[in-house]
Design a binder for this molecule. Structure first.
Ligand code: DAK
Length: 259
């Protein structure tokens, strides 16, 4: 597929990189862009050579939100009857391989929500996160009111959502929204390093760990721990478990074969 709103490449033959590419609109997330993003993510997810995916934007903007120009004229009837853009915003949730958001510049509104839908966020020191929808007479619509409080707690989530205050990278790291902050010029190196580390582990363990952590957001503790226990037990059915433990015992580097 020829993409108009994103760029897609592979690093080291095993990391899929998707770069949002609508620079004039600060990567505003148009319908076409979200369609293309879904296609690219699904293609990497289906590609056996790929072990991890990085989603990034430009130095100035990861994404400044959904496309306000496109939304401006919609009525309640349009968005409710049409189930406004739910269709192509939910694809990322179905991706089973890890997706790392490498964020520099603005991650606002739907851009912040998109970053939060990734599995973890590595931020450049110029990153700024916010849910400024209140300034437009709307509220977050792609999970911001649900994922932000889970990430940073109720008080900061309320503050950001009700006042539209942006959070800088340092505060975002303190609050737990991002996992690491690095200098802007080191962002992609850092994200790629993390992705390659993940690629070297057993794919089965990686998928199971992601699935189990995501389950913690959907269920109570007892059910979540039981879900984890079943997946943990299942890893003992894999060749990779034998390889990983044998390698440790014999003081060598494991060679996981993802089975
Ligand atoms: N949409 C469209 N164009 C945008 C944009 C956006 N979100 N953000 C920026 N742009 C455009 C600007 O209009 C400008 O275009 P030109 O005037 O040059 O043609 C260009 O990008 C550069 O922007 P600025 O001139 O404003 O640049 P500054 O450096 O001065 O300011 C800024 C950067 C990021 C602070 C500012 O552009 C800004 O405040 N942008 C809007 C941020 C915002 O309000 N974002 C939230 C949008 S609402 C849903 C899924 C998602 C959503 C809802 C539902 N479902 C699944 C149901 C999401 C909603 C939203 O994100």
């Amino acid at each position: 597929m020829a993409y108009q709103n994103i760029e897609v490449r592979t690093e080291a033959g095993k990391v899929g990189v998707v770069t949002l590419n609508r620079p004039k609109q600060l990567n505003a997330l148009s319908n076409d862009l979200m369609d293309e993003l879904g296609v690219a993510l699904k293609a990497f997810d289906a590609d056996d050579a790929i072990g991890c995916i990085i989603l990034t934007g430009s130095e100035k903007a990861f994404a400044a939100g959904a496309d306000i120009g496109a939304m401006a004229s919609y009525s309640f009837a349009d968005v409710y009857k049409g189930d406004y853009i739910t269709r192509n915003w939910e694809t990322i949730r179905s991706i089973r391989k890890p997706v790392i958001a490498a964020v520099s510049g603005f991650a606002l509104g739907g851009g912040c929500e998109l970053a939060m839908t990734c599995d973890f966020i590595i931020a450049a020191d110029n990153a700024r996160f916010g849910q400024p929808e209140i300034k437009l007479g709307i509220i977050p619509g792609a999970g911001g009111t649900q994922r932000l409080p889970r990430a940073v707690g109720k008080s900061k989530a309320m503050d950001m959502t009700l006042t539209a205050r942006m959070m800088d990278a340092a505060e975002a790291e303190r609050a737990g929204l991002v996992s690491r902050v690095v200098a802007l010029d080191k962002l992609m190196d850092e994200a790629l390093g993390a992705a390659l580390t993940i690629c070297d582990y057993s794919r089965i363990s990686v998928l199971a760990a992601k699935e189990s952590i995501n389950r913690s957001f959907e269920t109570g503790l007892s059910d979540g721990v039981m879900f984890e226990r079943r997946l943990f037990h299942a890893t003992f059915a894999t060749e990779d478990q034998k390889e990983g433990m044998d390698a440790f015992v014999n003081k060598r580097k494991p060679q996981f074969r993802h089975r």
